[in-house]
Design a protein around this ligand. Structure first.
Ligand code: PMP
Length: 283
């Protein structure tokens, strides 16, 4: 089956989908994206992802071209056309195509809408069994990290540092505290069984998986504290993990070469991963 993508109202073979070079997403990273997971052929936490897409677009003054029902219809059709039962659906909206000028183009410029799917193993991810190693890096990003902008250069550089270090993720650090992963939310479980993650603010993305996991904490008999996590505290944590639409709940077994807890995925992290997957499957 050839790969089908969505571009501005049409489902097209991947090779035929073209965006003009004057697209503001290409020239200025002037756009927003979202990613939802697919398991058992169904979208996971999708209403929340679409709500965040709407909010991100609103924050930078791009009209949302579809309501949630409209988006979901397109996503469902794209997933079906590509026969994806497990993986991701990616959505991007940019401010559209106009002669290059920093300020917004004149009213009536249509946003560019792009969607594609990626088949990927999400559930039986071997990294969830072995546990991920992470490094800390400086957080080089701008001050509105709550907006899911396609301007991802700092995250690209952070992930490349992780790749060069042979580890799975980089945790970004500002003023001695972990902000979040380059493409994930950071959590620790402290030695007194408290689940800790940074409170929401403009300093980090409001992770959709983060919100779901916090709701499940009580079922894993964990108390929750939303507060800053210093790098020193992360090194000493009983357990650590990160969350994202594609990683779900990913155990962290090493930070900057230091073993976390027993040096293997912790029982509370495993429990949260199981609870998250069970909830996702129920829909
Ligand atoms: N923080 C950042 C910087 C991210 O890129 C992501 C992945 N989109 C996340 C957190 C996790 O968010 P979510 O659980 O909504 O995928």
């Amino acid at each position: 089956m050839s790969r089908i993508v969505y571009l501005n109202g049409a489902f097209l073979p991947f090779e035929e989908a073209r965006v003009p070079i004057m697209d503001r997403g290409f020239l200025f990273a002037d756009g927003i994206y979202e990613v939802s997971a697919i398991i058992d052929g169904k979208l996971v936490d999708n209403a929340a992802h679409l709500a965040r897409l709407d909010r991100s677009l609103g924050e930078i003054g791009i009209r949302n071209p579809h309501d949630a029902a409209g988006w979901e219809k397109l996503q469902t059709e794209l997933v079906a056309r590509n026969g994806v039962t497990e993986g991701l659906v990616y959505m991007q909206v940019t401010r559209g195509v106009a002669e290059r000028d920093f300020a917004f183009p004149k009213a009536g410029t249509e946003p560019t809408v792009v969607m594609f799917t990626q088949a990927k193993t999400v559930l039986a991810n071997p990294l969830a069994e072995s546990g991920a190693r992470v490094i800390t890096v400086e957080d080089l990003r701008w001050k509105r990290r709550d907006i899911k902008s396609v301007a991802l250069l700092a995250q690209v550089l952070a992930k490349q540092q992780a790749a060069e270090a042979g580890v799975a993720e980089a945790w970004m650090v500002e003023d001695g505290a972990v902000t979040e992963g380059s493409s994930s939310t950071a959590f620790i479980v402290s030695r007194d069984r408290v689940l800790v993650t940074r409170p929401l603010s403009t300093a980090l993305l409001p992770g959709i998986t983060r919100a779901s996991v916090l709701k499940l904490a009580a079922e894993a008999d964990l108390r929750v504290e939303e507060r800053l996590i210093s790098v020193a505290e992360a090194y000493e944590a009983q357990e650590a993990f990160y969350t994202s639409a594609s990683a779900f709940v990913m155990p962290v077994v090493e930070i900057d070469g230091r073993s976390i807890g027993e040096g293997r995925p912790g029982p509370l992290t495993r429990r949260l991963r199981e609870l998250y997957i069970a909830a996702a499957r129920q829909g």
